[in-house]
Design a protein around this ligand. Sequence first.
Ligand SMILES: Nc1ncnc2c1ncn2[C@@H]1O[C@H](COP(=O)(O)OP(=O)(O)O)[C@@H](O)[C@H]1O
Ligand SMILES: O=C(CO)[C@@H](O)[C@H](O)COP(=O)(O)O
Length: 503
Amino acid sequence: MTLYLGVDCGTQSTKVLVLDTQNERILGQASAPHQIISDTNGKREQLAEWWTTAFSEAFNEVLTRNKIDSRRIRAIGISGQQHGFVPLDVDGNVIAPVKLWCDTETVIQNELLIECLGGQSSAFKKLGIIPQTGFTVSKILWFKQKYPELWNKLDKILLPHDYLNYWLTGKLSMEFGDASGTGLLNVIDKKWNLEVLATISSEQDVLALLPQLSEAQKVIGTVSAEIAKKFNLDPSTKVSTGGGDNMMAAIGTGNIEPGITTMSLGTSGTIFTYSDTPVVNQSQSIAQFCSSTNGWLPLICTMNVTSATSSIQELFKKDIEQFNSAISSANPGADGITILPFFNGERTPDLPTAKGSIHGIDLTNLSESNLCRAVIESATYGLKYGIELFIREGIQVEEIRLIGGGSKSQIWREIVANVTGKPVVSVINEEAAALGAAIQAVWCDTFDENLNEFNQLKALTDKYVTLDETSRIFPNKELSESYAKLYQNYLKLLKHNFPEVTV
Ligand SMILES: Nc1ncnc2c1ncn2[C@@H]1O[C@H](COP(=O)(O)OP(=O)(O)O)[C@@H](O)[C@H]1O
Ligand SMILES: O=C(CO)[C@@H](O)[C@H](O)COP(=O)(O)O
């Protein structure tokens, strides 16, 4: 048996998946949860050690439950939530809690950086992307301002998946896909932008704080002796470059060539599509990330998907099954209730300090099931808003490949099809980021410099990514028409409450 491990360190949990390439099947998967440190000022942080603990728990569980021999693992691929700022000292210790992609405490620092770069369009010219509050760059400036003593100890800046790579191998590296979400990289020429680095600090060599950039198909090293012993791994076990969770989910949904759209219903909501060339877009909300397949991955991210839906679910003390049946029992449009679900500020549209609100309540419609339905519908309207931005930029969306925790819900899948007016289909393994990471590990391990890079990856995604044809849902004409009207009401409400939203 030849085994590959795919690991996805998401916001709410770390998932570990084992792929058996000899028998061409997934042997098993397990997950372990993480907490989040939150505050009303927008703080959203985690401790890096929670990720390594969750990795260990999920690793041990999947191996024990499926009686898998860890010595058979040839390589590991790590996927991770994007943008988080992991600060290391010279001894490789993490010196502060990690500010996450969903942290909005750094609004002021982000505004300052954009101003120093000459405003939004000038920043776009310099970087090919406009840094948003969730990106890493404003977290670095915030850290320097808030903790000057710690800043003096800072030796390296890593992203969450890079940190797990470092923990496994002792090697410091960053690949282009995840690096493109830092706000420090010119995403067109794929080089660090020295002007942005100087904006963070003109006295210090910020470039020296960044690890080496690596191409997607590379192995970064083998597991350290300590890790090999801890997990009973063969010391020759390789670790691939890995990548951001959306980049890995692109691989895990076969979204490695133009014309495919993936939507993730995770803590965040994302929509992304592969491009061979950078998409020079007028919309500041489309993040033109690099893919982890040496191309580009234009992406829309909303901050309030299962983070918002699980808040309402937990408020009513429902388990997932009860929550889904409450949604199904309510009428489309939740009898007039609409939620602006900005429980955590918002990235698309760019409203980092926004708060959520509930509208249209009266004595006849106030019920748990209507509120459950309304939060799901509103999170989906947020994603429809993203699709409209894609379409406006000439990016075609024919069909949506749905992944992430929320895609397990039949009723939510139906709502996505009817709100967007597009057919939706799930992949057989909805933990697409973990699967993508495992596929990337195979790609890196078996990579042959003499063969076409894309063809080698495509052969793997063709083999391991399967659409679940039984899950395909076509939009219902009548419901799509009602949702088109309900979406217009949502937009009206959005613009009324946030006049700065112009699109
Ligand atoms: N069957 C389901 N129906 C609706 N929501 C679900 C279902 N299963 C999981 N979820 C939601 O998905 C969330 C986890 O999504 P996931 O994609 O794993 O998040 P992340 O990768 O950001 O950690 C859970 O918190 C839950 O709200
Ligand atoms: O910030 C983004 C994308 O730019 C988020 O998509 C994060 O990468 C978190 O992902 P999930 O935990 O929701 O999968």
